[in-house]
Design a protein around this ligand. Sequence first.
Ligand SMILES: *[C@@H]1O[C@H](CO)[C@@H](O)[C@H](O)[C@H]1NC(C)=O
Ligand SMILES: *[C@@H]1O[C@H](CO)[C@@H](O)[C@H](O)[C@H]1NC(C)=O
Ligand SMILES: *[C@@H]1O[C@H](CO)[C@@H](O)[C@H](O)[C@H]1NC(C)=O
Ligand SMILES: *[C@@H]1O[C@H](CO)[C@@H](O)[C@H](O)[C@H]1NC(C)=O
Ligand SMILES: *[C@@H]1O[C@H](CO)[C@@H](O)[C@H](O)[C@H]1NC(C)=O
Ligand SMILES: *[C@@H]1O[C@H](CO)[C@@H](O)[C@H](O)[C@H]1NC(C)=O
Length: 493
Amino acid sequence: MPMDGARLMRDRLSFIQNTLAIAITAFSIGQIFLHHSIDYSSNQSTHHTAHLRVPTVKFDALMLPPTIDGSERLLLENAMKKRSVWDDNIDPEIEEKRCRRYFTYINDTKLNTNYKAKKRRRVFLGSLIADDSWHALGALAMETYGIYTAVAFVESNRTQTGTPRELRFVKGTDEHNILTGSNLFGPNTPVLIEHFSYEGEIDGGGLIREHMQRHMILNMWKKAGMAPDDIGVLTDADETPTRDFLRAVQMCDMPQFDPEKQDCHTAKVIVASMVFEGSPECMTTTRKWMHPDMILGKCIEGIGDDQFKLNDMQRQRKFAWRKKQYTLKLGNYSGWPEEKKTFPLWNAADFRRDQGGHEIYFEQVDYLRWGMGHTGYHFHNYFDSTDQLRNKYMTYGHPIAGVDQMSVSEIHPDLDLMVDCVLGRSSTNNKHTTLSTQLKDFEGRVPIAYGFDEYVVARHNELKMILTEDAKVNNSTWHDTERSKDWYEKIPP
Ligand SMILES: *[C@@H]1O[C@H](CO)[C@@H](O)[C@H](O)[C@H]1NC(C)=O
Ligand SMILES: *[C@@H]1O[C@H](CO)[C@@H](O)[C@H](O)[C@H]1NC(C)=O
Ligand SMILES: *[C@@H]1O[C@H](CO)[C@@H](O)[C@H](O)[C@H]1NC(C)=O
Ligand SMILES: *[C@@H]1O[C@H](CO)[C@@H](O)[C@H](O)[C@H]1NC(C)=O
Ligand SMILES: *[C@@H]1O[C@H](CO)[C@@H](O)[C@H](O)[C@H]1NC(C)=O
Ligand SMILES: *[C@@H]1O[C@H](CO)[C@@H](O)[C@H](O)[C@H]1NC(C)=O
């Protein structure tokens, strides 16, 4: 007998919530690399008239250094091409269809978005940046070309664990010029980089360091002219909403982005991202990554009305997330004065963590039983060399001891999955599975960068060579280790 639909849906939702919990916990170990010079000039103007001067350094594909080679170069050359923003004109028919595709569940009820003719909302991107490869940065840029009003990156000269790291995006370097002066994010999208540094002891450790760093993004958005009716998209540099969803966010009738309806109680819109492990051909099909996050300017600290800002005592620590009584999930906002019609503003830590209320948006798709298609992408573990990868796993949030003695596959279940996928090994004992067919045969939406076959093939083959070499030294796998047995039950906090 078929199960009752509503119940199945609830099971499905609770599965999503569990996945969400895992994704959010995993975030604390998943985000990684995490210097003060401002290198943009803007007139901190207030509203839709804001005009940011695009940096004057111009960089083109012919100037790419020889160290950027192989598939990464192919991708960047493509991403740097001068082209128009092809979907900028508003065609009501297209917008209408688009809006009907997106939905969320509120109180167990499926709510699709609708199209109402209006101006596109402005969206601002903000992200930490470190040693993310151009594979991830190029794919992110191609996906969002011409959409963002401004893109803000923050780089630190220490990793999350406080380990010193050399700054990469220093003014005058190729890396800096590629990111800010090569048309990557669109002809009119300024790319801003600020450097975070903090040499003192940090009360609260790596996570607080990370949130301090992320907090700079909010100031950069403000300087770039973000207003209460604009939208902030907070990501890590290897995540992005799909272009189609970003367009929907700009045009569709989503109450979360309506300053009249949004009271900051359930301010966050969560993107359900499909995860690629190291290669376009290693799409994981059994999970979604619950980031990036989006919030209306009205509800963001620094942009919204200061009278609704929490003070340091109302937070776990300065720069940290809120105390329970100021969250929906953990305290039903019981500490917040009832007479206040707007709920507390969200700082960067609230924004990234699971704190207040949120809605998860999906794209309606036919190939999944419940139709809950992805609305974003996570380009995970797109490293260039195994040295780079090992260094990452030695210095990130929860460093793994002995990484230099392990095979790539043994380091982490995500890497295990990647190695099995790339080397064509069985993934039976893995926690997740990857797409069993080639990417070109996948029914759902794929990253714009991956419509470029030459890149897809080249990246996959390069990774295969790198991992084949690694497995020659030691071919042991993570799913054969003791740690694998109860790992999912013991995910670090
Ligand atoms: C920026 O604003 C200041 C004060 O509002 C003004 O004096 C200055 O001319 C402006 N600069 C530009 C480049 O618009
Ligand atoms: C969902 O339920 C809550 C509590 O019953 C209610 O306050 C809220 O208005 C409902 N939301 C919608 C969109 O129906
Ligand atoms: C980080 O940058 C700051 C500011 O430039 C500097 O004082 C500090 O020594 C740097 N720290 C490291 C580890 O390089
Ligand atoms: C949450 O708080 C609101 C307003 O104070 C109240 O109406 C509601 O019953 C509370 N919900 C729960 C689950 O405690
Ligand atoms: C591979 O590494 C594991 C520990 O990480 C070790 O136990 C094993 O002996 C190594 N195998 C080879 C063939 O070196
Ligand atoms: C690892 O290498 C050993 C010895 O060379 C071989 O017997 C084994 O099948 C290999 N395992 C995998 C997973 O490739």
